[in-house]
Ligand binder design. Structure first.
Ligand code: ADP
Ligand code: MG
Length: 448
């Protein structure tokens, strides 16, 4: 039985919206969610209206998990979500929001972290090429490497390098513009509303250097990619510098067109990797001195061995240690650090790797030996990557250890798999529901 909703029936939607608000930033909420409405609820389906197809597509591609979990939290679960486009008399696309403040203030200095400069960036084998290229671009923008494309997992210093280039070039008086890709997309959408294309184009084209962070965000909007392509061409032909970052190499950005990939290849594509032992020690020593905290070499080594996945994770651990140290009159010894790290990692549920492998192989109907093999069929690579993602999420094993359980793979493979599944959880409904199911099974088993 289905029914159209009257006003009094709309209360559940308010609950859902409140749940969504807890998961996204106010700007994301205003831009993408405030224009959505619940139109019909059946036993099996829920119909949500979006103001235009652009918004519908964006939500489906980027925020389906957010909507699904918010519906569950508002006790509207187990229904297929269907999006419909609102009937509007006016022609042409409308943005998701009617609010005028959805246009990003990309000139805002709040986006720039002055500490993300070259002086504070530690160089090691993991980032040497990216760092050298960033310096070269700061020396001779538009001629050294154009575009410069830096990719790598989260927390490895991509944003830091982009800011460092920006700060250096600003000092030299170049006209620069840095922005996260999501702001570019938001600006594009608000321009669909205002029609002020001159303003939009002037903003991105009358500059010497354009730095766009996290361009993998372009994955889900064909029309924004189109506009980005023209912006790229306009700057490139005038030898203006373009610097881009992404969490994967260009060809792995889902749905991206070959013509954009080939343009990215015109310059230099370089990867940042997780820091190795020596670089981690150096980073730990640098960060502790910035925190005005004393840490012995032994402790730095212990941390470097045990906190391996990203520089951001190292920083988080140090901040926690610093917090405890301040409460303990500044004293930090190895015993305390070990205890703290154990405490932090206990926050994970600590489900055994065997249980994860069992559950995943059963769910996908594959053999453990297939997960261990080098076969590249999607029917095998997907469960293999899902297993690595779940191991990262639920165990305290290091990347190397997980790689060991997965047929002797190295730590970058595990990291890549984890990232890939995180991305697919947003982009691919089948993957997100399978992973959610697996997580449910694992955490339920845990309760016994
Ligand atoms: P990403 O953009 O790749 O996700 P960030 O640039 O935001 O990562 O880096 C995460 C944190 O780690 C930042 O605080 C940054 O300053 C720090 N960081 C990353 N790499 C380095 C490095 N090589 N030296 C010093 N700090 C670093
Ligand atoms: Mg970043």
């Amino acid at each position: 039985m289905s029914h159209q909703l009257s006003d009094s029936d709309k209360e559940p939607w308010t609950l859902v919206q409140n749940q969504i608000k807890e998961k996204v930033t106010p700007q994301q909420f205003t831009t993408w969610f405030s224009g959505l409405n619940l139109v019909k609820l059946d036993a099996n389906e829920i119909y949500i209206s979006a103001p235009n197809s652009f918004c519908k597509e964006w939500i489906e591609n980027n925020y389906i998990d957010t909507i699904t979990s918010s519906l569950e939290e508002a006790s509207i679960s187990n229904r297929k979500i269907k999006f419909i486009i609102e009937n509007t008399s006016s022609s042409g696309p409308k943005p998701c929001t009617q609010s005028s403040d959805s246009s990003p203030n990309t000139d805002s200095p709040t986006y720039i972290n002055k500490n993300y400069n070259f002086d504070n960036f530690l160089v090691g084998p993991c980032n040497r090429l990216a760092h050298a290229a960033a310096l070269a671009v700061s020396e001779s923008p538009g001629t050294a490497y154009n575009p410069l494309f830096i990719h790598g997992s989260v927390g490895l210093g991509k944003t830091h390098l982009l800011h460092a280039i920006l700060l250096r070039l600003q000092e030299k008086g170049h006209k620069t513009l840095y922005l996260p890709c999501e702001s570019f997309v938001n600006h594009y959408i608000s321009t669909i509303k205002t029609g002020d294309w001159d303003n939009f184009r002037n903003k991105y084209r009358q500059i010497d250097v354009l730095l766009i962070d996290d361009v993998h965000f372009l994955a889900n909007s064909q029309s924004t990619r189109e506009e980005f392509f023209h912006t790229f061409n306009a700057l490139y032909t005038r030898q203006k510098q373009i610097v881009l970052s992404s969490d994967c190499p260009p060809e792995e950005i889902p749905t991206i067109e070959e013509r954009l990939i080939s343009r990215f290849r015109w310059g230099l594509i370089t990867r940042v990797d997780p820091p190795g032992f020596e670089t981690s020690v150096a980073i730990i020593q640098k960060k502790t001195s910035l925190l005005d905290m004393e840490l012995s070499y032994d402790i730095a080594c212990y941390l470097a061995e045990n906190v391996v996945s990203s520089v951001r994770e190292i920083e988080g651990t140090l901040t926690n240690i610093h917090r405890y140290a301040t409460m303990n009159e500044g004293k930090v010894d190895l015993g305390l650090v070990k205890q703290l790290i154990k405490g932090f990692s206990k926050q994970k549920r600590n489900i055994g790797i065997e249980k994860i492998l069992n559950t995943v192989t059963k769910h996908y109907g594959v053999q453990l030996s297939q997960l261990h093999s080098k076969r590249k069929l999607r029917s095998i690579t997907l469960p293999r990557q899902v297993a690595m993602h779940l191991a990262r999420k639920f165990t305290n094993l290091s990347l190397e250890e997980i790689g060991g359980y997965m047929g002797g793979r190295d730590h970058t493979t595990v990291m890549h798999a984890d990232d890939k599944i995180k991305k697919l959880k947003v982009l691919d409904r089948n993957v997100s529901s399978a992973v959610r199911k697996l997580e449910d099974t694992l955490t339920k088993q845990q309760e016994y």
